[in-house]
Design a protein around this ligand. Structure first.
Ligand SMILES: [Zn+2]
Length: 392
C-alpha cells in the first residue's frame, strides 16, 4: 500500500465504494471523475493544475504466497493474544516482517489457502482458521486475497461464505470463490488508485471435494479457459490483467511440465500482463517469456508443515511495478523485484534473508538465500532484469 489514498479507500470493490465514500473517503479519491467531491471551489481560487487529477502512470502490486495456518501457528497466536488486547488470536508477530514490503507497494494481495471457520478450528486435511488472520493481514497493509485453492471447500459452502463475509467485513478485495452465481459473474476487478486490476484466479484442484455449484470456486488450469476469462475482464474494463494460479507439485523446486506449459501459454496469449502461481509451499523459478514475467511459485507466506523439508520454510514475495505507455495505451511490468524469505522455527515468523537480522541464525539465512537464489534464477531471471527488493 502507499500514501496516495488512505488504505480504507483504496481496496474497495465497486459495490462497497459508495458506502466507503459516505464514510469519509471522498476527499482523497481523486482519480475517478464521477466520485470527485462536489464541494465547490471559491470563485477566487485558481483552478487546480490538471496534473493533480490525471490518471496515475504507474502503480505497484505486491503478491505473496500461501497463508496456511497449521495448528502450531494457531497455538502461537493464541499465546500471543493472552498478553494482547482482548483478541483471541494475534498473528501480528508472525506477519510483522511483511509489513514494510506491503507498505512499499501500492497494493498487496495474499493467497488465503484455507477457509475461515468457527471454534474448534482444524488442521490438515480439512482446515478452518480464525477470522483474526484477516484483520491482522489488513493491519499490516494487505488490500485483498485470492481464495481459489485446493482447500477452499474444506468446510463446505458455509466455509466459503464465512470466508467471503469475513474478507468483506475487513474491506479486503477477494476473488476466486463466490457466495452466489451473481457474485461469480461480477468482473474480478480490484481498484488501485483509479486503476482497474483484473485478477484471474484458479485452483488446479479442490482435493476431491465437491463444489456446491460450478460457479462456487474458480477451478481448472486449462489455458484457453483462463485466457477467455482474462479477455472478459478486459472487456469489463480492466486496465491490467494478472493470472493468480494455484498449481504445482508440493515441496518441489521446479514447476511441472504442465505448469510451465500453462505459464508460457498464458504469457504468449498477450492477454495477461503478469502471471504468478502458488500452492507448492516452496519457491520456484521466475521466468520472462515472450515479454511477460511468470512467477512459477511464491511458496508460503506463513505455514508450519509437519513434513520436514527446508523447502517448505522458504518462499519469495514479489513486487511488480506497472507503467502506462501513452502511445500504445498499454500497461506493462516495467520493474519486477523479489525478496526471498524463510520462516523461523520457534516462534515462527516471516524473515527476509537478503540481509542479516535478529530473525534467523545468520548461517540459516545465508544458506536459504543461496538456495532460493539458485532456484529463482534457474531460467535466467536475473539476466532478464529481475531486481532485488530491499527496504531501506
Ligand atoms: Zn494449496
Amino acid at each position: 500500500m502507499h500514501s496516495r489514498l488512505p488504505l480504507a479507500c483504496r481496496s474497495l470493490t465497486a459495490g462497497v465504494l459508495l458506502s466507503a465514500l459516505l464514510a469519509g473517503c471522498s476527499a482523497s479519491v481523486e482519480p475517478d471523475e464521477a466520485l470527485r467531491p462536489s464541494k465547490p471551489a471559491l470563485a477566487s481560487t485558481p483552478a487546480p493544475e490538471s496534473s493533480a487529477t490525471s490518471e496515475p502512470k504507474e502503480f505497484s502490486l505486491m503478491v505473496t504466497g500461501d497463508v496456511l495456518l497449521h495448528p502450531p501457528l494457531l497455538e502461537q497466536a493464541r499465546s500471543a493474544a493472552k498478553s494482547g488486547y482482548g483478541k483471541d488470536y494475534d498473528f501480528s508477530a508472525l506477519l510483522a516482517g511483511l509489513k514494510p514490503y506491503a507498505n512499499d507497494a501500492d497494493a498487496a494481495l495474499c493467497n488465503l489457502e484455507t477457509p475461515i471457520g468457527t471454534p474448534p478450528y482444524s488442521g490438515y486435511p480439512r482446515f478452518t482458521v480464525p477470522a483474526q488472520i484477516l484483520s491482522d493481514l489488513k493491519s499490516i497493509g494487505y488490500d485483498g486475497c485470492t481464495t481459489a485453492t485446493n482447500h477452499t471447500v474444506d468446510a463446505g459452502t458455509s466455509g466459503v461464505n464465512r470466508t467471503l463475509d469475513a474478507l468483506e467485513e475487513q474491506e479486503l478485495f477477494a476473488t476466486g470463490s463466490y457466495r452466489s452465481k451473481k457474485e461469480a459473474q461480477e468482473p474480478p476487478i480490484m481498484q488501485i488508485d483509479g486503476i482497474k486490476l483484473g485478477v484471474i484466479a484458479s485452483s488446479f484442484s479442490l482435493n476431491g471435494l465437491p463444489e456446491a455449484a460450478d460457479w462456487q470456486v474458480d477451478t481448472g488450469v486449462d489455458a484457453q479457459k483462463l485466457i477467455q476469462r482474462g479477455k472478459s475482464a478486459r472487456q469489463d474494463g480492466a486496465d491490467v490483467v494478472v493470472a493468480a494460479i494455484h498449481d504445482g507439485t508440493e515441496y518441489s523446486n521446479r514447476p511441472t511440465a504442465q505448469q510451465r506449459k500453462l505459464g508460457r501459454e498464458l504469457a504468449e496469449s498477450g492477454v495477461f500482463d503478469f502471471i504468478y502461481m502458488h500452492h507448492t509451499h516452496s519457491a520456484l523459478p521466475i521466468e520472462k517469456h515472450d515479454g511477460t514475467w511468470i512467477v512459477y511459485g511464491l511458496g508460503n507466506s506463513v505455514a508450519k508443515h509437519a513434513t520436514k523439508t527446508i523447502l517448505n520454510r522458504e518462499g519469495i514475495s514479489v513486487k511488480a511495478t506497472f507503467s502506462h505507455d501513452e502511445k500504445s495505451g498499454d500497461w506493462k511490468v516495467s520493474q519486477l523485484q523479489w525478496v526471498p524469505h524463510m520462516l523461523s522455527q520457534s516462534p515462527v515468523a516471516w524473515c527476509q534473508v537478503f540481509e542479516a537480522s535478529a530473525c534467523l541464525p545468520e548461517a540459516d539465512a545465508k544458506a536459504s538465500l543461496a538456495r532460493t537464489t539458485a532456484t529463482v534464477n534457474a531460467y535466467g531471471a536475473f539476466d532478464d532484469g529481475l531486481e532485488d527488493w530491499k527496504i531501506e
